[in-house]
Design a protein around this ligand. Structure first.
Ligand code: SAH
Ligand code: SF4
Length: 366
């Protein structure tokens, strides 16, 4: 006997975390109706997903055991395994998560006085190959599902609570991967985090290296998610030497897309500018950088380059970084110097995973 006539047994189970709250409500409503269960069962499951944050269907204790067993035949619940956790002396917490197929991804918790930001991954690896990025050097493994993206937030929220840390207030898609190269899952995850878990759109930032169609899609959304562009150079030639995607979507096209985002009533755009000594930190670049920022009223984050394996580049000197900040401010552009957080735990993009993979290759237990 098939308890659920709407789902063929050959269909793969649905991940409870992958669906938007409306779609999940509909799927569960249909499922429990077919099982002749009371209609409040769907609300019970949704509460465990969005509020109870339980790691597995077995923990949904107000469902009869028989219903939990049956639910597991039709639904899964993405729960990453904690492969490693490292806590920096500055309070930054880095998680290396192992997904169900063994793939490793990272998320980072960054507490400050005013907020705690969670940095999440959108892909396992990244295909963009930016020359300054450890994830880029590692190559692309696979897309994450929306449930796997959301599961980093859920597991981190649980971790924060268990360790008496301040709650997560902000989310940035600045972990591994290019979020706008995984648009379907990323768009779904934005909706789920926003409406399912109640994280305000203005507290969620998508960081992109400049995937133009993805920026336009984000501009078309009614919510006011924030956008960060990883700029790193104000001229096409220099930018192309750091970011291969520049050849496909050159800066002028990216700027047009940003203008559209801005005009659609989007939130303030951020430019990320990683400062690499003698590569992109010539003070002659300041006027062009200021012009770009003024064009789309962007806020500029200056970030000291975090050294990576395979690369002998160094961060710009603190005085050079200050010179950029002051040069931008004197040209009417808001700018901030971002501390590199978690330096002692390899908290830059892709680094913990890179080191762990090296250790696994060498047969060292992790
Ligand atoms: N793919 C997206 C989001 C992930 S990278 C993007 O590129 O925007 C998140 C940020 O980390 C980007 O701004 C990226 O440029 C920056 N980054 C990568 N490697 C870095 C390094 N070694 N030092 C400092 N910043 C780095
Ligand atoms: Fe990918 Fe972003 Fe790293 Fe570039 S900087 S390789 S887009 S993760």
């Amino acid at each position: 006997e098939n308890p659920c006539p709407h789902r063929m047994s050959s269909e793969p189970p649905l991940d409870l975390l992958s669906l938007t709250p409306e779609a999940l409500g509909a799927a569960l409503g249909e499922y429990f109706a077919a099982r002749r269960q009371p209609s409040y069962r769907a609300a019970q499951v949704k509460r465990w997903v969005y509020e109870g944050l339980v790691p597995s269907i077995d923990d949904m204790t107000d469902l009869p055991v028989s219903e939990r067993v049956a639910l597991k035949e039709h639904f899964t619940l993405s729960e990453p395994e904690e492969a490693r956790v490292e806590i920096s002396s500055d309070g930054t917490v880095k998680h290396l998560w192992r997904l169900s197929d063994g793939e490793l991804i990272e998320s980072v918790l960054i507490p400050t006085d005013k907020r705690t930001t969670l940095c999440i991954s959108s892909q396992a690896g990244c295909a963009m190959g930016c020359t300054f990025c450890a994830t880029g050097w590692g190559g692309f493994d696979r897309q994450l599902t929306s449930g796997e993206i959301v599961s980093q937030y859920r597991a981190s929220r649980r971790w924060v609570k268990e360790h008496d840390q301040a709650p997560i207030t902000n989310i940035v898609y600045m972990g591994m991967g290019e979020p706008l190269s995984n648009r379907q899952a990323v768009h779904a995850s934005l909706s789920i985090l926003n409406t399912g878990y109640g994280v305000g759109a203005r507290r969620i930032t998508v960081s992109t290296v400049g995937v133009v169609p993805g920026i336009l899609e984000l501009a078309a959304r009614p919510e006011q998610f924030r956008l960060a562009l990883s700029l790193h150079a104000p001229h096409t030639d220099l930018r192309a030497s750091l970011i291969p995607l520049e050849k496909r979507y050159p800066l002028p096209e990216v700027l047009d897309a940003l203008r559209e985002f801005e005009q659609a009533g989007g939130q303030r755009i951020t430019f990320e500018y990683t400062m690499i000594r003698d590569v992109n930190d010539d003070p002659m670049l300041i006027p062009a950088l200021a012009d770009l920022a003024r064009e789309v009223r962007a806020f500029v984050n200056l970030i000291p380059f975090n050294p990576i394996p395979n690369q002998d580049w160094k961060p710009s000197s603190p005085s050079r970084i200050r010179e950029f900040a002051e040069g931008l401010k004197s040209r009417g552009v808001e700018a901030a110097v971002r501390e590199t957080r978690g330096r002692d735990i390899d908290a830059a993009c892709g680094q913990l995973r890179a080191h762990t993979l090296v250790q696994i290759d060498r047969g060292t237990p992790t």
